[in-house]
Design a protein around this ligand. Structure first.
Ligand SMILES: [Zn+2]
Ligand SMILES: [Zn+2]
Length: 355
């Protein structure tokens, strides 16, 4: 099979490798589409060490990256509940299943978390074997050509649900960043019908793409974001979602919050976050962090995709390509022209591109 093998920092080579073999507890999946994620880019640019323990204790390099992928079952052991041809979405998480977090239903917080496409061979290949528990069957109403987006949507659904807000129609929201996670968040959040959504995004392409889904898009390099929020929403916003991970964004977001506002961070800040306590204390701000999701979030996200609850996610896909082109047209394109893209989808099947 063809696979884009990750050897280490800035070294991915597309090669013919032996097919993975299905075993009694694993299911062989033919991959159709795999999304490129910021974390794949991170691994490519900085090497496996960048995620510390996440990329230890797994397979030996090289293996295929890619954790946002869907496909069809090639073969499944009897009794697994799956059969040849079933459309499936992969939950790439590999929590240990033994620790306190795993046993108390918080496996998203497993300290020994591994992942398909992180420390085990993933979606930038023709085939992969995965444990049955990592597969979610897709209803026929979910188009496979967009199903890989379910993974980043599960990330944002987890963050939205974690806020425990019962009535979103009373909430004004500021979203920092209109990249893949910010875009998915806006689309998902719209189904909750918040009163207002404002997006702060410095790049023109992304501002243009997201404008139709929100009440206001602000260029933070041109305009004072907290002032724009206070102008549109009396007193500021109730909730900020940080999908950008930038220091000026953090300052803007905290400033834009009303008294008792909530700051939900989904971004990976590369530098330590610096906060001034007094203004936040006086406003009684709550800061919450969220990452990944659990199986329920993914099931729920699939259900919402199947019901047609989310509108506009198609616009997230800015490029599709063959796995053979993933280095030059995928990784390097994202490094050199990151701002022109939201989500790039990769397939090993030429007919899916041509058709
Ligand atoms: Zn991802
Ligand atoms: Zn665990």
């Amino acid at each position: 099979m063809r696979a884009a093998l990750f050897y280490g920092k800035e070294d991915i080579q597309v090669k013919d490798v032996p097919d993975p073999t299905d075993s009694c507890d694993k299911i062989l999946v033919d991959i159709e589409w795999c999304g490129l994620c910021g974390s794949d880019l991170h691994l490519f640019q900085h090497g496996p060490e960048v995620f510390g323990d996440l990329t230890k204790h797994g397979e030996e390099l090289p293996y295929a990256l890619g954790h946002e992928f869907c496909g069809r079952v090639n073969s499944a052991p009897p009794g697994s509940g799956f059969k040849h041809g079933d459309p499936v979405m992969i939950d790439p998480r590999l929590p240990c299943g033994q620790c306190i977090e795993c046993k108390s239903g918080k496996d998203y917080g497993c300290p020994k978390q591994g992942g398909i496409g992180y420390n085990h061979s993933g979606g930038l290949a023709e085939k992969v074997t995965v444990p049955a528990r990592n597969l979610h069957r897709l209803p026929e109403t979910v188009p496979l050509e967009f199903a890989a987006l379910i993974e980043p949507f599960a990330v944002v659904m987890h963050a939205i649900r974690k806020l425990n807000i019962s009535d979103w129609t009373e909430q004004d929201v500021l979203v920092l960043g209109g990249g893949p996670i910010g875009f998915a968040l806006v689309i998902a959040l719209r189904s909750y019908k918040p009163r207002k959504i404002i997006v702060s995004e410095p790049t023109a392409v992304r501002r243009e793409k997201i404008a139709q889904f929100v009440d206001l898009v602000v260029d933070p390099l041109e305009r004072n974001v907290p002032a724009a929020c206070r102008q549109l929403c009396a007193g500021g916003v109730d909730v900020v979602f940080d999908c950008a991970g930038s220091a000026p964004g953090l300052v803007d977001g905290l400033d834009a919050l009303k008294c008792e506002g909530k700051y939900m961070n989904i971004a990976m800040h590369e530098k330590p976050m610096t906060l001034s306590a007094l203004p936040l204390a006086l406003k009684h701000v709550t800061i919450i962090f969220s990452a990944v999701y659990n199986a329920t979030d993914m099931d729920e996200t699939i259900k919402l995709f199947a019901q047609g609850t989310f509108h506009g996610y198609e616009g997230m896909v800015t490029k599709r390509m063959l796995v053979d082109d993933v280095v030059k047209e995928g990784f390097k394109e994202l490094i050199e022209h990151k701002d022109d893209h939201i989500k790039i989808l990769i397939t090993p099947k030429a007919h899916l591109i041509e058709g």
